[in-house]
Design a protein. Structure first.
Length: 336
């Protein structure tokens, strides 16, 4: 009978359950969870993402990363100063009610209020209906482009109406490094600078967005969610087949590099953080962003119509947004 050799945790000597390749350490369950939480808290502090006084809106999708964000942040920030927002995209066969119920359950267990809304509630059409109309108009835009633009708009509007000081999204290290290379290959220095964690907001209508998981690998987030028993949405979005091939190719290349040189993605991110810091500070010298003549929300410099309104109009949809009313949770309490 072959006896299984027990590998011990590099930190405490208990049985290890995880190998952290970029540090060459074996970690037990407790040390792994503590390591992830500590690294998230340290990144928040190091990049001045938010303070204990700030009111936070957490964008919760129901995927593994968003549950890791929810759990980790709830361990070092008061639950009374956190609200979770979940947006139902309206994709046929994808947005199941059971996932919404899980989000409500996990947030309630941590004493956090949850707001559920949908793309259809906000703009009058579900994502599936928008994609269908765009195809009828012969538009080749990826469904991900509509979804990303709408989600960002909804998150910002709800954060502003609730009186949040920051919006938190669950982008992990893999997401961040892939986006860096996408912006480089597209020749888009403005987006590259705005990606920096210390990039200033350029409009009073924007709520500062931060990414506490930006130095956590995707595989670490997945294992963290597994250890804590989160049942996250595993069904792939049916629009995945329209995923931009550029990101897919960059992802494949980075995974190959990471296998050969563990920690390379962390080093890339830290390199760009340091490289762009001075240039990011210069963004503070820019004037406030102009506003869209259709919706009144901020748009890019040199544009009088925002990208979202432009995309909807091309799809044959007149942009009419249903803004939430009488929310002001924190303002109503005199906080924030």
């Amino acid at each position: 009978m072959q006896v299984r050799e027990i590998v011990k945790c590099s930190l405490c000597g208990r049985e290890a359950v995880f190998y952290q390749a970029f540090t060459n350490k074996y970690l037990c369950r407790e040390c792994f969870i503590e390591d992830v939480r500590k690294r998230i808290a340290n990144e928040v502090k190091d990049k001045r993402m938010f303070s204990e006084r700030d009111n936070l809106l957490l964008a919760i999708s129901g995927g593994k990363d968003s549950f890791v964000l929810l759990d980790a942040v709830s361990h070092f920030h008061p639950s009374s100063k956190i609200i979770a927002l979940s947006i139902v995209e309206g994709i046929p066969g994808y947005n199941r009610q059971e996932y919404i119920e899980r989000i409500k359950k996990y947030t309630k267990e941590r004493g956090i209020d949850t707001v559920i809304t949908s793309i259809k509630e906000f703009v009058g059409y579900s994502l599936g209906e928008i994609v269908e109309k765009s195809r009828e108009m012969g538009i080749e835009l990826s469904p991900c482009t509509y979804c990303g633009s709408l989600r960002r708009r909804i998150i910002n509007v709800y954060a502003r109406e609730l009186g949040a000081d920051r919006t938190l999204t669950a982008h992990n290290l893999d997401d961040e490094v892939q986006t860096i290379f996408m912006n480089i290959l597209r020749g888009d220095p403005e987006r590259l600078l705005r990606q920096h964690p210390l990039s200033p907001k350029l409009s009073d209508k924007l709520v500062q967005r931060v990414k506490p998981l930006r130095k956590i690998y995707e595989y670490e987030a997945a294992f963290y969610a597994y250890l804590l028993g989160f049942k996250f949405q595993e069904t792939e979005c049916p629009y995945i087949i329209y995923q931009p091939t550029l990101r897919a190719r960059i992802r494949h290349w980075l995974y190959m590099l990471e296998r050969e040189a563990p920690g390379v993605e962390l080093r890339i991110l830290e390199f760009f953080d340091n490289l762009l810091l001075d240039r990011t500070n210069k963004l503070k010298e820019l004037n406030s962003l102009p506003t869209c003549r259709i919706c009144g929300e901020p748009t890019s410099i040199g544009r009088d119509v925002c990208k979202l309104c432009e995309m909807l109009e091309k799809a044959g949809i007149e942009p009419k947004y249903n803004y939430p009313k009488h929310m002001g949770k924190w303002r109503a309490k005199g906080e924030g």
